[in-house]
Design a protein around this ligand. Sequence first.
Ligand code: BTN
Length: 325
Amino acid sequence: MVAEYTLLELLSDGHFHSGTELGEKLGISRTAIWKHIKVLETDYALDVQAVQGKGYRLTKAIELLDEQKIVAGLVESAKALLAVLEIKTVLDSTNHFLMQQDLEQCGIGQVVLAEMQTAGRGRRGKIWVSPFAQNIYLSLLWGFDNVSLNLSGVSLAVGVAVVNALKKMGVDGLTLKWPNDIYWQGRKLGGILLELKGEAGGPCTMVVGLGLNVNMSRQAASDIDQAWIDLNTICHQPLSRNRLVSELLSELLAAMQLYAQQGLKPFIAQWQQSDMLKDKPVTLLLPQQQRTGVARGIDEQGALLFESEGKIESVYAGEVSLRLR
Ligand code: BTN
């Protein structure tokens, strides 16, 4: 794994590197380099070109995630809130990684990012497609001491934070689909998955997972079962993933702190401005049934206001999903 990562760092520029040069830098034989190249192709689905007399190159340069660059790009207040930042080459799921951590040993403000997830989790048991070094797969651990705080709006606050971070990167026109999807022109750009850790009734610890498409290849996207988009397509140019993570964490950590102090209230107006489904005909997918109606925004708890047969009721997220009709 270490040799493969070092090899990746050397190849990430997309230029040719001879087997001899790579072997010398890694302190291994050219045959061993060839074997590691095969692993990059099979396990990470990377496209490596091998040309006799020139060596190896990635057919597309990649920007690997870099802890120092990310931390340097954080606003000062976020630096103070960030406890730990870990970057993993491969994880099954960044959410699962944080959910498994012993609560005694993990700190509020702990963040983990992975270059690739082998079992990325989406909502309602779906898979989150997570190819290597192309997108953002980020999880953050946060704790809420105030047991009377209503946490049902956290995913909405996170959505607002993501929209704000992306605005700073020059991405406009994003919308939020209740309860926690990020869309652009009707196509899904990202999703948020919250998982609760710890005991009911006690102080609550939460894992906030964010998946954001930055440079999704058509091949990887063949497993996505809905209309999707990525940031590079929206912006017509490649965005720096490191800068993106700095902006996301700056907004996200501030949003979590504000939510812990004041709940959903400071986020409602902004969420409403980004509401993708306001006054649109929708279908509510419940575990056992489907209901049709009209989305009428959110209430002060973050529940969906759902109008059906002339009556408006509040619907809480849970296992509910919403489709535009
Ligand atoms: C959705 O279904 O819209 C939610 C997707 C959440 C995906 C992210 S990627 C980082 C984190 N780790 C996971 O396994 N899932 C979340």
